[in-house]
Design a protein around this ligand. Structure first.
Ligand code: GLV
Length: 325
């Protein structure tokens, strides 16, 4: 008998076709976000799930799903999953590292460039009919080329962001829990500094750390104060890494120049005060959203799930300690 799996959000046809070769698939097409109750109901008799960062996988849910063996997130981040609770119940957890590094780095760069050159503000000005002609001081931005880029979180995506800085002849500083290998520093022309030094010296501060209890509000009022008044903050990782209320205050008071945000606390119900500010570029968590990347992410999650259920040894297992149970 084929294992039973649930695909909690809409995916691509090829994802379902692949899964159907190995599993009895219940899918959620067309997309209808599942409430925690509905998710619990649909998952209770399943062996595995392809899930998304909109699904909360916690102890309460797991308690009602005794047959569950694997939850495979379509994301590199997995802060929506209580990994310890999964491990304790013998449930494998997987993510989709690698396939989204470049798309997410591209989006971080889109935010760097659009904040520096005030692209969304300039477009609104044009669309609103305010453009009456050229003048010297019109919508003055700041230079990206030869500026200092500070990256907090130098994993795969942080490194992809740093690689792109070479074309802009930037100085790259980084901070990370652990210093990366000297060959990588050399290749990226990146200098390891403390978080404080990075905040004080950078013209652009880009956040690329995973969200966890340790990185909650990594950037708050005190850190924003350490940044240059001319500096720009980009958050392309997870809401909660930045204290959004403190950021709104800093943007309104000119403590920093601008911010580019793909992620928010409590998204999609982000703080509406952001909408009153001109010096912030806001996009709705689209870091990995190119068609090729999202297809690759969905297929990676599907392959993780099939491997978990057929061999018990999926690639991209984030809780290998589950094997010891
Ligand atoms: C997206 O936010 C991801 O974690 O893949």
């Amino acid at each position: 008998m084929k294992p039973k799996v649930l695909v909690t959000r809409e995916v691509f046809d090829e994802t379902l076709e692949y899964l159907a070769q190995y599993c009895e698939v219940e899918s959620n097409q067309p997309d209808a976000p599942l409430s925690p109750q509905r998710l619990a109901e649909r998952l209770k008799d399943k062996d595995g799930a392809v899930c998304a960062l909109t699904d909360r996988i916690d102890e309460q849910l797991l308690a009602g799903c005794p047959g569950l063996k694997a939850v495979c997130n379509i994301a590199v981040g997995y802060n929506n999953i209580d990994v310890a609770a999964c491990t304790a119940r013998g449930v494998m957890v997987t993510n989709t590292p690698g396939v989204l590094d470049d798309a997410t780095a591209d989006l971080a760069w889109a935010l760097i460039l659009s904040t520096a050159r005030r692209i969304t503000e300039a477009e609104a000005y044009l669309r609103n009919g305010e453009w009456k002609g050229w003048y010297l001081k019109q919508l003055l931005g700041v230079n990206v080329h030869r500026a200092t880029l500070g990256i907090i979180g130098m994993g795969r995506i942080g490194q992809a962001i740093a690689r792109r800085a070479a074309g802009f002849e930037m100085r790259v500083l980084y901070h990370n829990r652990r210093r990366v290998a000297p060959e990588i520093e050399q290749r990226l022309n990146a200098t390891y500094v403390s978080k404080e030094e990075l905040l004080e010296r950078s013209d652009f501060v880009v956040l690329q750390v995973p969200y966890s209890a340790e990185t909650h509000h990594l950037i708050g009022a005190a850190e924003l104060k350490k940044m240059k008044r001319s500096a720009i903050l980009v958050n392309s990782t997870r809401g909660g890494v930045v204290d959004d209320a403190a950021l709104i205050e800093a943007l309104a008071n000119g403590t920093i120049r601008a911010a580019g945000l793909d992620v928010f606390e409590n998204e999609p119900r982000f703080n509406p005060e952001f909408l009153k500010l001109k010096n912030v570029v806001l996009v709705p968590h689209i870091g990995s959203s190119t068609e090729a990347t999202r297809r690759a992410m969905a297929m990676t999650a599907a392959k993780n799930l099939v491997a978990a259920l057929t061999t018990g040894d999926p690639p991209n297992l984030v809780n290998p300690e589950v094997r010891k149970r």
